[in-house]
Design a protein. Structure first.
Length: 270
C-alpha cells in the first residue's frame, strides 16, 4: 500500500491531456480541500500552541527543523517572527537540512543525514525549548534524529506530518497529522502538503504570540516599522487607538524610535 505522500491521485490520471484551464481547476479544487484537513488537526495544533506558549513564557525558545520544502517553510515562519511580533531573532529559529544554502537549491541526500540532524539540533536546542519537526512523509532521517537529540537535552517536541503511521508522528509529544491525501503530482509535497504545513505553522506562531501578549487585539503593536508601509501602519494604529491626528502620531512615534507599544502606553497615562 502506498504511503499517503506517495499515493497517486486518481483525479490526475489524465493530467497531460488536460487543457490549461482544466489543469488549473484541478489544482484549485485540490487546494480547496486543504483547510478541511487542517481543521481536523485543530485539537493537536491547539496542544502544540499551549506547549509553545508555555515554553516561551518560561524562558524557552521555539525551533523548527525540516528538509526540503518542509525546512524552507519552517525557516520562513521563523524569519517572520521578529518583524511581526518584535521578538529577538533568537527566540524563533529554523533549522534546515543542508544548511542555509539549501534554502535556494536542493542539497541531495541532506534529509537522509541523521547525524547532521542530531548535531544541528544540539547546537541550537536546550532544555525548556520546543522543537517542531516538519516532514510531510514523516520519514526524513535528518528530522527524526533532530527530534531525538532535542528530547535528550530536555526539550518538548512536536511533529507536523501528513502520515499518521510515520516514525516522526510516533516520536514526538504532539503529532499534528495533516491528512491532505495524494497530490496532483504524485509525491510532490510542495503542493497540498506544503500549503497545509504553512497554515499550521501560521497558526502555531501567531496563536502563541497572541497568548503571550505580543499583540493588542488584532493589532501588531510590537512590529518593527522598518519600511514606509510599516511606518504608515504604525501611524494608523496609533491614530485609531488614541484619536491623535497623523502628524502628532508620527511625532510621538519618531520620538520613541517607532515603538508603537510605548506610544500607546504613554498616551494612556496622559
Amino acid at each position: 500500500m502506498d504511503r499517503p505522500t506517495e499515493a497517486r491521485n486518481p483525479r490526475a490520471k489524465e493530467l497531460a491531456r488536460l487543457s490549461t484551464r482544466q489543469l488549473l481547476e484541478l489544482l484549485n479544487d485540490e487546494d480547496a480541500t486543504v483547510p478541511g484537513a487542517v481543521r481536523e488537526a485543530l485539537p493537536e495544533i491547539e496542544r502544540a500552541v499551549e506547549i509553545v506558549a508555555g515554553a516561551l513564557s518560561n524562558g524557552g525558545r521555539l525551533r523548527y527543523v525540516g528538509a526540503g520544502t518542509s525546512g524552507r517553510l519552517g525557516v520562513l515562519d521563523a524569519s517572520e517572527a521578529p518583524p511581526t511580533f518584535g521578538v529577538d531573532a533568537e527566540l524563533v529559529h529554523g533549522i534546515m537540512a543542508g544548511g542555509d544554502q539549501a534554502l535556494r537549491r536542493s542539497i541531495e541526500g541532506a534529509e537522509d543525514d541523521g547525524g547532521a540532524g542530531a548535531r544541528d539540533a544540539r547546537a541550537v536546542v536546550r532544555a525548556g525549548d520546543v522543537l517542531v519537526g516538519i516532514s510531510a512523509s514523516g520519514r526524513a532521517r535528518y528530522v527524526i534524529a533532530a527530534i531525538a537529540a532535542a528530547k535528550e537535552v530536555g526539550a518538548r517536541t512536536v511533529a507536523i506530518t501528513c502520515d499518521a503511521g510515520s516514525p516522526l508522528a510516533s516520536a514526538t509529544d504532539v503529532a499534528i497529522v495533516l491528512r491532505v491525501g495524494p497530490e496532483v503530482l504524485a509525491g510532490s509535497s510542495r503542493l497540498k502538503a506544503g500549503t497545509a504545513t504553512k497554515l499550521a505553522l501560521n497558526m502555531i506562531s501567531t496563536a502563541a504570540m497572541v497568548k503571550l501578549g505580543r499583540t493588542k487585539g488584532d493589532l501588531m503593536i510590537d512590529m518593527r516599522p522598518v519600511s514606509a508601509k510599516l511606518r504608515e501602519r504604525a501611524i494608523r494604529i496609533v491614530r485609531e487607538e488614541t484619536e491623535l491626528d497623523d502628524e502628532e502620531a508620527r511625532r510621538r512615534l519618531e520620538a520613541s524610535g517607532w515603538d508603537v507599544r510605548a506610544v500607546l502606553e504613554s498616551s494612556k497615562r496622559r
